[in-house]
Design a protein around this ligand. Structure first.
Ligand code: PLP
Length: 293
């Protein structure tokens, strides 16, 4: 049975239960991170922990744990489950408290780490690409719930995903309130036009994806021009290549965006970026394993 880190210790999955009065459950009041362990090492851990604390600060949630304590708990969870290739989710909710929206009703956040074996995605998704569709559901207005908060309040994304599935698409692409392309339900979006890599800027009201940042750095280091800006679906219809990114999918080619089809080429920019991303993961693992001088 899977071992779950709950508050201050590891417990079997059957005992990993939280209160029905938890404000995460009642109000979606909380934050989380999704991470990926390769060969037992969590890639970009520091960036994920930084973003976790940033999300917490944006909802005035005091985590009552240091980054070092969270890291220790995370590796304990991986070890307890004997996992090397893993999907890891860290969740902090506001905690249990009486009914009512006042955050001060909850004295202590609830802390959970789940680590599951990483199952990966079908290889056909990478070879043939996936379908993405612009949905009617708009991305949360950043003046209401800033998408930079990786929040437990996920209904915006759930509704968008349901729309995509109804249309036979794998990922929904949400527009912001201005009609500009924002992001997927669990991914950032990129497109390539005449060798220039384009992606909505963080100002469009998106999550500042860690994979997105890594890809931008990879592209710049390779001498490619990266344009972060405001784009409309029309810009993507005219693109040469489209791809999605997140921590677990890494770089996922899109073969159809709305009704426009894209050819997936082994010689394309998407594949080159994915190759460079994998090389960065390998380099990280190599550096981690090198004995300290
Ligand atoms: N956008 C949203 C809404 C997400 O939920 C995610 C990740 O799950 C991403 C983008 C990609 O972020 P990252 O690359 O940090 O995994």
């Amino acid at each position: 049975m899977a071992m779950i880190y709950l508050n201050d210790k590891l417990v079997p999955e059957s005992k990993a239960v939280v209160s029905v009065f938890d404000h995460g459950f009642l109000y979606g009041d909380g934050i989380y991170e999704t991470l990926r362990a390769y060969e037992g090492a969590v890639f970009k851990l520091e960036e994920h922990l930084d973003r976790l604390f940033h999300s917490a600060s944006l909802i005035n949630l005091r985590l009552l744990k240091s980054p070092e304590e969270i890291e220790k708990a995370l590796y304990e969870t991986l070890r307890a489950n004997r996992l090397k290739e893993a999907y890891v989710r860290i969740t902090f909710s506001r905690g249990a408290g009486p009914i009512g929206l006042d955050p001060s009703l909850c004295p202590k956040p609830t802390f959970v780490i789940i680590a599951n074996p990483f199952k990966g995605y079908p290889t056909s998704y990478y070879k043939k690409g996936v379908k993405a569709a612009v949905v009617k559901t708009r991305r949360n207005y950043k003046g209401a719930i800033d998408p930079q908060i990786k929040s437990l309040n996920f209904l915006n994304n759930v509704l968008a995903k349901a729309e995509a599935m109804e249309r036979g698409a794998y990922e929904a692409v949400m527009l912001n309130y201005k009609g500009h392309v924002a992001e997927g339900t669990v991914s950032n979006i990129f497109f390539v036009k005449d060798g220039v890599i384009c992606t909505p800027s963080v100002n469009a009201g998106i999550l500042d994806g860690i994979t997105r940042r890594t890809i931008i750095n990879i592209a710049k280091a390779a001498g490619l021009t990266v344009k972060e800006g405001s784009f409309r679906p029309d810009d993507i219809y005219k693109a040469d290549e489209v791809f999605l990114s997140n921590t677990t999918m890494e770089v996922m080619p899109v073969n159809q965006f709305d009704d426009v089809k894209f050819r997936i080429s082994a010689a394309g920019v998407t594949k080159a970026i994915h190759k460079a991303y994998k090389a960065e993961v390998r380099e990280y693992l190599r550096r981690r394993k090198r004995p300290r001088a």
